[in-house]
Design a protein around this ligand. Sequence first.
Ligand code: PAF
Length: 283
Amino acid sequence: MHILNDIKELRSTLKELRRQGKTLALVPTMGNLHQGHLRLVEEARRHADLVIASIFVNPLQFGPGEDFDNYPRTLEEDAQKLTLAGCDYLFAPSVGDVYPEGQENQTQVRVPQVSEGLCGQKRPGHFDGVATVVTKLFNFVQPDVACFGQKDYQQLAVIRKLVKDLDFPIRIIGVPTQRDSDGLALSSRNAYLSDEERKKASGLYATLKSTGQKLAAGNHNFHELTHQARARLAELGFYPEYVEIRALDLGPARMDAKEWVLLAAARLGKARLIDNLVVRKGE
Ligand code: PAF
């Protein structure tokens, strides 16, 4: 795997690849890679001749008091994992490369509606930071395809709308959430859990599943279902931030729909965990 550390090197490499007619899939990450990221690389390989992963801990998407400074940076191990996963290029720019005029003076991209509510409400400005860096990565790399995990359901919705509204000729592929054997969704932030908390953490997915079963079986009292799910999470030792039932496009849930998405965010110790579950009527 070739490591590209700056934009100039990236541009000259990509120019040559395009001249050869190669198609390119991008896997944007913030590093500290786990099996979920490697699954994105695997999926990317199915859709293009070459795969380029990016590792960039994007300061613009962290709010004050969030974990930007402590976010695990493990570039060497990540590069080894990507090589084994068959990734062709790693682009790992510096903050100065991505935001040469400083973050304060950076033009930002805001994706209305889907960025609001859920994590957008709890983390003001977060999705503007994501949309801005993803726009920059799309412009740097100009991939044919880009892969993102479905664990970050709202982020995926933001990126799909961004691509549609700004006419990027890029196909977005959502890749199913990878889970540990007890159901916990893989996330770099699981590293913040103590052993004790790790045992409890599977309760988030278990709560989504039991709520999803009631919804699928015909209980359409959304308020009662989400209230009960929050109470269950609190009982298990979480500090629930939200549990919501929405339409798949994140619009309001309708009782006469055939499918919905259940979304939750909850704190457990130092970790903020998010997860979601698509529920189909009668399943
Ligand atoms: O999902 C992530 O890791 C990040 O939000 C992303 C998409 C790489 C943008 O920084």
